[in-house]
Write a protein that binds this ligand. Structure first.
Ligand code: CUK
Ligand code: CUA
Length: 653
């Protein structure tokens, strides 16, 4: 049985027992025997008291880091404190959210518009913090929608999703949204190649009609996210990416697999090549070509949605075309670096010199050198060309191989002290190794089947280091059983010493593919406490209780309502008829931190609002039958919260 068969077995029959037996007890003993630290108990942690002390955050005290974890199939982003592992918030991004009303209230429904219509659920994989000079700066965090290709911006002053742009000519927006050093761009490579532009063709015409795309999306100006340009590339699967930093600033590296351009799902077809490629894109060069007018304007349907914090409203704008650069017409813009065995993650070390390819069907990691790559390009030492993209020679770019002793490497992060940490899915462990010498220093088991890992700042120029979080795919027996579905599991390791030490397990929201963390003070100092009411430019806002009113135009009824502890104004509403479209425009007049009010209306499809201090939100209600309808505040706001209520009378049309 070869490694790729093992990998498949693991995916489809993933009980620990099955594949552990398959791999064989011998490997296990080698791997895990040397992975455990002295004094660890049978569940993998160091002595309980010592570990507890390291993760203990006393009541009323703050965590040292914010950690942002993707929600995977939940379409959300969750915020945890580290080292405590306490859940601080769940931010809806590509999901309707019954906690915050996102995607239910009229203001945020447009955020989930796409060229396919309203798509309120997506699969979010990779959060990526904005950067200045290659260091996370705490302004925004971006995350990809994988299914209906999109990228979102979350504003870290409010922890709310404020912008979503769709990616055209893409299917499965997986290698996204990795960021460039000054947040110039977030990138997006398509996982599925599709006809470019989309059209109705036979699937078997793949080689002729299907193309990949690599997109650069302008990211540094809120409200202006847009596809700056796309690069038309061969029909491989573009899996993951990371941008260069320091000396390699101006480049982005994308892993590819399926360089056979196979269109059936049988792995025998898609993984027969010994080497796939890392695509190295010189985006500064692409910018030059763009400025010279080398791009073709091609038709493309996509949507841009923006939530304006002053109007408290999202608007959607349709886009009709995109600028496309063709590699054969733009020499020097993109190269292929051969990389063994279906590389999954590609990670660039803090100096920008080492480009680590994690060949998921392999035991070894391949490290390429940026300097060697530049030299090979200068010498035009190309092996061949694919659709105008020069393929460099493997030996001209490779600088090291890490003989890990693990199986199924996926992702690598860095501690800023010359060490790298790589996850191994099949052998379920993290391996620590040294940059430059490629020697393995330590290994620690993960419970179970780790995917990504995250070190605070670990993909940036200046990692904070200190902790490592393993994001595990399988939970099994780690927590009290909760039926067939167990929450996914994260594990926190102390990496400040030579050996990794397991400190804590904590459950996560959805499936955390990737995560990012940042020193708490960087984000905290800009965090907003209220929306100033005097800045509220919502078209249906009212600024005082005395402005409350009910306005009818035909069958549209607008209720301009206020909330302040602890009453609504108006609180008795008559004159509503069956068949009316009733808009509750609720402005929360509070100006204190953490004093939202809710509004719920019996029988309303979108049910509830939750309005922050100084904000206006709108609930649409189309009453179906006559009667008396109570409404009330859903957020416990004062001792008189239970009295915060009212009645609406609905009459026959
Ligand atoms: S992928 Cu999930 S383990 Cu979407 Cu980043 Cu590698
Ligand atoms: Cu307002 Cu409860």
């Amino acid at each position: 049985m070869n490694i790729s068969e093992l990998f498949n077995l693991n995916l489809y029959n993933n009980t620990m027992k099955t594949y552990l037996n398959l791999i064989g007890a011998a490997i296990l003993i080698t791997l895990w025997g040397c992975g455990n630290n002295g004094g660890s108990d049978k569940k993998g942690a160091m002595s309980n008291a010592k570990a507890a002390e390291k993760v203990y955050v006393a009541p009323g005290e703050y965590d040292e880091f914010y950690a942002f974890m993707s929600g995977g199939f939940s379409g959300q982003l969750s915020v945890y404190g580290l080292p405590s592992g306490r859940l601080l918030k769940v931010i809806p991004v590509f999901s309707q959210d019954a906690e915050k009303g996102y995607g239910y209230n009229e203001e945020t429904i447009p955020m989930l518009n796409t060229s396919y219509g309203f798509v309120p659920w997506d699969d979010a994989h990779h959060p990526e913090l904005s950067q200045t000079d290659g260091v996370p700066d705490g302004r925004w965090i971006f995350i990809n929608g994988n299914n209906t290709p999109r990228i979102a911006r979350i504003d870290l002053t409010t922890f709310e999703t404020t912008e979503i742009v769709e990616i055209p000519n893409s299917g499965g927006n997986h290698s996204s949204p990795f960021i460039t050093e000054n947040s110039e761009y977030v990138v997006a490579g398509t996982r599925f190649s599709v006809p470019f532009p989309q059209k109705d063709v036979a699937i078997s015409s793949y080689k002729e009609n299907f193309k990949g795309s690599i997109s650069y999306i302008r990211a540094d100006e809120p409200g202006k996210m847009d596809v700056a340009f796309q690069i038309l590339v061969p029909g491989f699967d573009y899996d993951l990416a990371h941008s260069g930093k320091g000396k390699s600033h101006g480049w982005t590296f994308f892993t590819t697999y399926n360089s056979e351009e196979s269109y059936t799902l049988k792995e025998v077809n898609a993984s027969q090549n010994d080497k796939d490629f890392i695509a190295a894109v010189n985006w500064k060069k692409a910018e030059e070509y763009l400025a010279q007018g080398k791009a073709k304007e091609m038709p493309a349907d996509y949507m841009h949605n923006y939530y304006d914090e002053e109007t408290h409203m999202a608007t959607s704008t349709k886009k009709k075309s995109v600028k496309v650069l063709i590699p054969s017409e733009c020499p020097g813009m993109i190269y292929y670096l051969p990389t063994p065995k279906s590389p999954h993650g590609v990670d660039v070390d803090p100096t920008g010199e080492y480009i680590v390819g994690n060949g998921k069907l392999s035991a070894d990691l391949t490290v390429h050198s940026f300097d060697k790559m530049i030299k090979a390009i200068e010498n035009e030492a190309f092996d061949t060309e694919i659709d105008g993209i020069p393929v460099l020679k493997f030996e001209d770019v490779v600088i090291g191989t890490v003989q890990s002793g693990g199986l199924g490497p996926l992702h690598t992060e860095f501690d800023g002290k010359g060490n790298a940490y790589t996850t191994f899915f099949i052998s379920s462990e993290v391996v620590k190794w040294k940059l430059g010498t490629w020697e393995v220093i330590d290994r620690a088991p993960c419970y179970y089947s780790v995917g990504h890992l995250m070190i605070p700042g670990g993909d940036s120029r200046k990692p904070w280091g200190k902790y490592l979080v393993a994001l595990n795919k399988i939970t099994k027996d780690r927590y009290l059983p909760t039926g067939p579905e167990m929450n996914h599991s994260a594990q926190l390791y102390d990496i400040s010493g030579e050996k990794m030490e397991l400190l804590l397990d904590f459950p996560t929201i959805g499936e955390p593919h990737y995560a990012q963390a940042i020193a708490a003070d960087v984000v905290m100092k800009n965090s907003k406490k209220i929306y100033p009411i005097e800045h509220n430019k919502h078209p249906h806002a009212i600024k005082k209780e005395s402005e409350a009113k009910v306005v009818r135009e035909g069958n549209v009824v607008r209720i301009y309502m206020t909330s302040i502890r602890s009453h609504f104004n108006p609180d008795n509403i008559e004159g509503i008829k069956v068949g009316d479209k009733v808009y509750f425009h609720l402005t929360n007049l509070e100006q204190d931190w953490d004093t939202p009010h809710g509004l719920s209306v019996m029988g309303a499809r979108n049910a509830e609002l939750l309005v922050m201090p100084g904000q206006t939100e709108t609930l649409l209600w189309e009453p179906q039958r006559p009667g008396i309808y109570p409404f009330y505040c859903t957020d416990f706001c004062s001792a008189l919260h239970q009295e915060m209520q009212g009645y609406i009378r609905v009459s026959e049309a």
